[in-house]
Write a protein that binds this ligand. Sequence first.
Ligand code: GLC
Length: 720
Amino acid sequence: MKTEALKKLLESMTLAEKIGQLVQWNYAALAMTDAEVTGPETLQLSADAMKYFGSVLNFSSADEMIRLQKQYLAGQEHPVPLLFMMDVIHGYRTAFPIPLAQAGSFDPDLVKECARAASAEAAAGGVHLTFTPMVDHVRDPRWGRVMESCGEDPYLSGIMGAAQVEGFRGKDLTDKGTLAVCVKHYAGYGAPEGGRDYNQAELSEHVLREWYLPAYKACLDAGADMIMPSFNSLNGLPSVANPWLMNQVLRDEWRFEGAVISDYNALDELITQGVAENRQHAAVQAMNCGCDIDMVSGCYASDLEKAVREGLISEDQINTAAMRVLKVKNDLGLFEDPFRGASADPETVNRLAREHRPLAEKAAIASAVLLKNTGVLPFDKAAKRIAVIGPFADSREIVGAWCCNCDTRETVTVAEGIRTLLPDAEVTVVTGCSARIGDTDGSMIGEAAHAAENADCVILCVGEEMECSGEGRSRASISLPGMQAELVRRVAGANPNTAVVLFGGRPLDLTPVEKIAPAMLEMWMPGTEGGTAAAKLLFGDAEPCGKLAMSFPKSAGQLPLFYARSNTGRPKQAPEDEYQPYCSNYMDCGNLPLYSFGHGLTYTEFRYDELRSEKTELRAGEDLNVTVRLTNTGKRTGTETVQLYINDKFSSVVTPVQKLAAFGRITLAPGESSEISLTVSHERMKLWNFAGQSVIEPGAFEISAGYADHLLLTQTFTVS
Ligand code: GLC
């Protein structure tokens, strides 16, 4: 529909109809079904509350969307199609690796490909818009939602978030297989005090500007249609009622003209947070902060019309909000086709899911991170007796939280992956010793150690169960739950040809097992083809190449922990495992993570031979072109993600000793030496100064190749 026609439609609507566009309900509340909901159930709806509404979430099939769309439109004087939304976080029916894992692939094209596939499945399933990407900046794995994030570097998060935006939205939203996107959770949700979900975040503008805001902006610049303020209070005000965040930054500075949707019941929670006296006050505050859609609280439905009549809100504000919602619907072509070609025939999605399994396997392989290898991996494919042990040895629950409509019965387990890869091997599976928090049953450990003793090689699958990460899944300890550390000790003690394979949605405290595990492969929550990918990686049919997008601490006591730290006035000079009085370090733990951001081994070795830049003197605003030469000195072909880190040697404010500035992937055959050219954008040379400006300050910079805390080659350059 042309904009003029859209304006005429808006003018023809009553106030009640326009407010209806700002109301979102759970499908379950509308259709009285038991479809899963993603938050505490809210009020049961009265008949008139259901007369006008604009969008729906938490439905589960195209059939439901088609039926409700038809039913709703049939009853409308001005038939404005409903917008159907869902959390397609890392797949719809096919589960791809969790976003924190995908970010570690350092392969935005792959991430875009996964988003594209998820979009095709979800659109066929009746979804119009996804609450993705989540690009909250994270520094604390006690917070269970790190699994949804793209990790602890805003530059990487912005690139991966933008890749998802492009993947979901495609070239044109009127293409049937595309989805509109809503970036979230704006802002500071990843910095809850104590790592406890929904807790307050107190962040300086300097930290917000440098670390917590950039990735959202990158997603909006990539074309995100909508943005979702976060549950948490930020510097004293919940995001959805935070004028600095929602008006000054988002609308005035960033000139965002798209729609804003609250998080689940967040308007009503303003009362609980003590900043709204009642539901009308909550509705007025949110509307004054440009929140266009009220997700399921009902505050807009019950109190906005009265607020307009009482002059607390102008009808212009309602018109502006309603027009932003109508524009999303119009961009999706819903006025021309309210069903967007979705088919009630489940076979449409089934066929797409079958087609996407190779991509799910490819993504699981690229996202896996080889943390440690004393040489036991890859295992010999001639192995005849293989023991697969632990709670994840034969588990289908390896798709991760927010796995949308995926059917875990379709997940390939590790044991199944190995049996498929090595049909002639004798595979002994010993499960038990749960990955559940607090489960102290270690009765199977003896049997496990016995099975290990009698095997040629052992795959020990441990970690944290799927339900331990995601929303509302904070942990004070991030240790391996239950008796798993003891299981690792006994099994690795019984057979040194053991590889520990890790599953979970967050960096865990692996210090208790790091020394005793001969090899450790982090699979994260790898998705539908996780078992296939694990088998191929373990036996060398695939090469591990993933890196960490988030640090693994030595101890939860180090948290929040992140690689881009500043020097302090007393940086530690002593060796990592030594305490140094009167400087910034712990008496009982090192400063560095157990595994740093950007860490990940391959089955070969790379020697970094040379780093050189085209220029060593730049003018402010110029990019830096860098070439890195490296050699594969090992016996197997491998892919290396070459990472460049920048350090501003002297600046008007404290800056990090290392900050990711560029990266690229290169594959080399054994003995092959080659170069990769990377461009360090001048944007990576900027800092947020004390006057509140984003500037490049003249002076000396260093550019280094390697990974966080392990910088190998360094060169100085100056900016005038
Ligand atoms: C949840 C989450 C948000 C999600 C929304 C809808 O509470 O905070 O990420 O998109 O509700 O499910």
